[in-house]
Ligand binder design. Structure first.
Ligand code: BV8
Length: 228
């Protein structure tokens, strides 16, 4: 194919695995004996806010112990050097893409280092623990929560993402099991709109049948080789 102009890259937990952050559906996919789906819902927050806040406090604290790996760094290099359109759409809530230097980045599932006011929708940077019931600096309501898109909640920037996917010449998926929608449906949209599709993953995923090309291996090896 002619050199692509517009690229969309979707990343999932697998791109951060070699940095030491657990994936969701691998062997370490449970947390305090809870499935992620059980602590990542509005109902869980209403039922046991302390548990949900503890879950995200622990993952936010872990960010200080990890660093970007060669895959994050290769994508940041591509972001700096690519002359056409580029969007790195991440399902991840860690900050490793931005710490590697990525700029054209969309956190569709939110971010650990952000707080959201459930009352007024204000977002603000956040580090350290976030006890339930903290007051919002904008509206004063005791309604600060992790700025995380829970199951059953609408991911961020969906119109912008879907437009970028529909206009892409190349759609690349890195380190995701293709288990969670709407992200898992992006490859079908890209393919139907004429993009070439490439999957870089440790193992075949639920989305693999939709990809023109699937390369299996660790992201820290496959991504720099693809970007080169
Ligand atoms: C919504 C929060 C509607 C942050 C997460 C059809 C259409 C639309 C929705 C649905 C649908 N069917 C079902 C749904 C509902 C649901 C859903 O998809 N459920 C699934 C379980 C069936 N989706 C939703 O609820 C979404 N919201 O649809 O809203 C709506 C409409 C209108 C108005 C209001 C609402 C919201 C989904 C977001 C939920 N939040 N996370 C957090 O806690 O982290 S999802 C969670 O899963 C993470 O974000 C994670 O990133 C994401 C996906 O997981 P992966 O990243 O793929 O991680 P996983 O462990 O699964 O896989 C890792 C992969 O890496 C593996 O393949 C492995 O082989 C590979 N790997 C491992 N090591 C390496 C590697 N690869 C390379 N190198 C390595 N070293």
């Amino acid at each position: 194919m002619a050199r692509p102009r517009n690229i969309v890259i979707l990343t999932g937990a697998g791109i951060s695995a070699e940095s030491g952050l657990a994936t969701f559906r691998g062997p370490g996919g449970l947390w305090e004996a809870h499935r992620v789906e059980d602590v990542c819902t509005p109902e869980a927050l209403a039922r046991d806010a302390a548990l949900v806040h503890r879950f995200y406090d622990a993952r936010r604290a872990a960010l200080a112990t990890v660093r970007p790996n060669a895959a994050h760094e290769a994508l940041a290099r591509l972001d700096r050097e690519w002359p056409g359109e580029l969007a790195i759409v991440t399902q991840n809530v860690d900050d490793l893409h931005e710490r590697a230097g990525a700029r054209r980045l969309i956190h569709m599932h939110g971010a650990l280092r952000s707080a959201l006011c459930a009352a007024c929708g204000a977002q603000r940077g956040w580090d350290g623990p976030m006890p339930p019931g903290l007051a919002c600096a904008s509206c004063g309501a005791a309604a600060l929560r992790p700025d995380i898109v829970f199951f059953g909640e609408m991911p961020y920037a969906m119109e912008r993402i879907e437009q970028a996917v529909a206009e892409a010449d190349l759609f690349v998926s890195i380190g995701t099991s293709g288990a969670v929608y709407p992200a898992a449906g992006f490859v079908q949209l890209a393919s139907q709109c004429g993009a070439a599709t490439l999957e870089l993953n440790l193992e075949r995923s639920a989305g693999s049948p939709w990809f023109d090309d699937t390369r299996l291996g660790p992201a820290s090896v496959l991504v720099p080789a693809w970007v080169a």
